[in-house]
Design a protein around this ligand. Sequence first.
Ligand code: HPA
Length: 259
Amino acid sequence: MTAEQAAAAIAERTGVPRHRVAVVLGSGWQEAAAEIGAPRASIPMTELPGFGKPSAQGHGGTVHSVTVNDNNVLLLMGRQHLYEGYTPQQVVHPVTAAIAAGAEIVLLTNAAGGLRAGLRVGEPVLIADHINLTARTPLVGARFVDLVDAWDPELRALTREIDPSLTEGVYAGLIGPQYETPAEIRMLSTIGADLVGMSTVLEAIEARSLGAKVLGISLVTNLAAGVTGEHLSHAEVLAEGQAAAPRLGKLLRGILERV
Ligand code: HPA
């Protein structure tokens, strides 16, 4: 219900009845939005039904409407997290609303710690699959949603055509907000994770449940706890995002031009 109200508000405030693509820009990805194009309209999230205000530093709190080629695109600048005390339904609400506003493709971005040997700080990695370690689900009512190929193989192939240097990885989503211990990182490696973060998995589940295609890209902002012996900081996460912004922005624009 609230999602429909938010979708109606987005249509009215932007003058665009349907936005075919939605992009969630997480930590480290805010500056990349500037490369995508000038928004025709920008709406503070606090003015949209059901939206909260993203509070983690580096999260914008605005919804932009931009057109790339013929695609009307919603840029959701920032997200809410479980660690801020939001429920799973609140966390996914912007994605639910964007799908109600017409999104058939949902592009999820985030900052992640890199576990796999060879991953480098500043490198974007395509999400090939996920491990939901939040012990939560956004689904209420929907049952037994299939998550085979949840991370759309065709969209991933298209993205690798645009940037053949991209690798793929498995993203483990935890609640946070504390970073992991080195022992937890060893466990995550053992169970098959390449990337670790505190978002994204619930949004992907919600989008698949509603039939949207999902593409995901993690920016490796740090090597995971214990990999280097260095300490982890959110400032480092944001700084790496800034440094990578031109590359990330070009990649996003390339995707939006071709989907
Ligand atoms: N762990 C969890 N979340 C993160 C990390 C990390 O190392 N880096 C960026 N987000």
